[in-house]
Design a protein around this ligand. Structure first.
Ligand SMILES: *Cc1c(COP(=O)(O)O)cnc(C)c1O
Length: 232
């Protein structure tokens, strides 16, 4: 069941405190960590409640759902796209979305570059890494990442700002650790006009751990809004 406004307020306060604690434990400040609210299936009323609490970044998974809900959200709040994206839908995002976090292949980056050129903008993106090497998941592997990064960094209308990942479920922290290592290694590659400052890692179940392994953007859905109901 979706949460009430009161539950969202309580959850927000609790998660914000846990993020702050994990930030300090890893030698950073709470302001160093972005707390994204993931809005899939969530009623705009609850999303706006989270914004009123202090959320300043939203994450959307589906182009159609984004389009149908965006006008109901408080205006002026940046939205990132975090879901699987087909090239033919890129055109609906460019000019509206702050960042596309789920760039998982070269052809998608090429389409983003092409659409961004039409809008005369440079589109910020993250590269999605399949850190567990799972067949079921999209994303670049640690092996293919460096060469793809070099090719994408050359695109004039795309700016690579960092990495995103959805690690496989795990009893231990090995994938978080591997991702931190990969992020640090990738930052050392010298590339034109590329900052590599964002590591988007951590969801409802593992955000505090993810921050301890270097994440500076956590994407939180169910811990904030309650369990999702996909039937609606
Ligand atoms: C749904 C989703 C999340 C949030 O998941 P929760 O476990 O509900 O916090 C984060 N990132 C991506 C890419 C998602 O699709």
């Amino acid at each position: 069941m979706e949460n009430s406004l009161r539950q969202v307020q309580d959850n927000y306060a609790r998660i914000r405190d846990e993020i702050a604690e994990a930030a300090v434990k890893s030698g950073r400040t709470p302001e160093d960590i972005s707390f994204m609210a993931v809005t899939k299936t969530v009623a705009p009323e609850l999303v706006n409640c989270a914004i009123d609490c202090g959320i300043s970044l939203l994450g959307e998974n589906r182009v159609q759902e984004y389009q149908s809900k965006k006008d109901a959200y408080r205006q002026g709040i940046p939205v990132d796209f975090i879901g699987t994206l087909q090239s033919n839908k890129v055109k609906y995002l460019i000019g509206n979305i702050r960042m596309i976090q789920s760039v998982n292949k070269l052809s998608l980056a090429q389409e983003i570059d092409r659409c961004a050129a039409k809008h005369n903008i440079k589109q910020d993106i993250l590269l999605e890494v399949n850190i567990g090497g799972e067949d079921s998941k999209s994303g670049m592997t640690p092996e293919t990442l460096p060469s793809l990064l070099e090719q994408i960094a050359e695109m004039p209308n795309v700016r690579v700002c960092g990495l995103m990942t959805i690690p496989p479920p795990s009893e231990d922290t090995r994938f978080l650790e591997a991702m931190q290592e990969l992020f640090l290694k990738t930052k050392e590659i010298q590339l034109p006009d590329t900052e590599m400052s964002i590591l988007s890692m951590g969801m409802s179940g593992d955000y505090a751990q993810a921050i301890r392994y270097g994440s500076n953007l956590v994407r939180i859905g169910s811990a904030l809004f309650g369990a999702r109901n996909y039937q609606k």
